[in-house]
Design a protein around this ligand. Structure first.
Ligand code: URA
Length: 303
């Protein structure tokens, strides 16, 4: 078993590690000064646990591995940010481990807006170092499929297989997506596929709101450059990010919405269930099937 950090330096190191991997939310209701706790003598050394009941501190809640949270309860509102620069007496090395901030989001917006082709956008994303997820990912997962397609599908973030191959939806959920597309007569030569987040979150954890905000300009520009006639949001995170809504996917799915680009073009968008969710909840495949039939009918109607 790994010993819990007990000195201020060890705690600062752990917090810096969390921040560098994107864990930037503290999930307890009230802030706890662990440094003060660390410098206090340990209670267990003074009295046996049975004689002096001491309230166990709740273990650090780390976002569970991303299992594409569609249909899952909404996440808690964010609590105060962890940032090594807020920690008194943190060692100098930890100070540099800050979480993504507004300056990086602004840079992302600037780099995305200045790309006039998809190739240029890909180069700008490869050059962008403002998202901490890039540090742990093997590859940028930019897109797959046909950029001339009338249909663009957007998922949440790459998983392990996608990170290895540098292509979206190539794992188990990708194989299900291929079958869903085939059911309406489409395949990867006739659709274009991307993700809101182009770098794999470590351990497939859920991307943080900061990470999503930093990556948002890139996917928005990507949609604008592809200019599809129809957009499909695969899962809640894609729908919420690109349709500016906080509604859950089970409520959103099956109803046409619009994604409005920076230049004001409204693209019809169909939110549907994420293939990873369907793998876990096969009874809902019929709902996704209905949504894909809607998409097929829309593409036919648009011509
Ligand atoms: N899930 C996603 O949202 N995107 C992928 O590329 C793979 C799994």
């Amino acid at each position: 078993m790994i010993a819990a950090p007990s000195t201020p330096a060890e705690i600062a190191e752990l917090l810096a590690f969390y921040a560098s991997t994107g864990v930037d939310d503290a999930l307890e209701d009230a802030p706890v000064n662990r440094f003060a706790e660390a410098s206090r003598p340990k209670q267990t050394e003074r009295a046996p646990a049975a004689a002096t009941p001491v309230r166990e501190s709740r273990p650090q809640e780390i976002p569970s591995p991303r299992s594409d949270q569609d249909g899952a309860p909404e996440r808690q509102a964010p609590s105060p940010r962890l940032d090594a620069s807020n920690i008194p007496d943190a060692p100098a090395r930890a100070m540099s481990a800050t979480v993504p901030d507004e300056a990086q989001a602004a840079l992302a917006r600037q780099m995305a807006a200045s790309a006039s082709t998809l190739e240029e956008l890909r180069r700008h994303m490869e050059a962008f170092d403002g998202c901490n997820l890039k540090a742990t990912a093997k590859h940028l997962v930019f897109a797959d499929g046909n950029p001339e397609s009338a249909l663009m599908l957007v998922g949440e973030a790459p998983g392990r297989d996608e990170d290895i191959e540098g292509l979206p939806f190539v794992g188990r959920s990708g194989r299900l997506l291929d079958r869903m597309l085939a059911a309406i007569g489409l395949d990867r030569t006739s659709v274009y596929i991307a993700n809101v987040i182009p770098w794999r979150p470590p351990g497939n954890r859920t991307p943080t709101p900061h990470e999503t905000e930093i990556c948002r300009p890139f996917i928005e520009r990507q949609i604008e450059l592809v200019n599809p006639k129809v957009l499909v949001n695969l899962g809640g995170p894609s729908a919420k990010t690109l349709l500016n809504t906080s509604e859950g996917i089970l409520r959103l799915r099956g109803n046409w919405r619009a994604h409005t680009t920076a230049s004001g073009i409204a693209i019809p968008a169909m939110p549907t269930l994420h293939p990873a969710y369907l793998l876990r909840t096969p009874a809902h495949k019929k709902l996704a099937w209905r949504d894909f039939l809607e998409v097929k009918a829309k593409l036919r109607a648009i011509g």
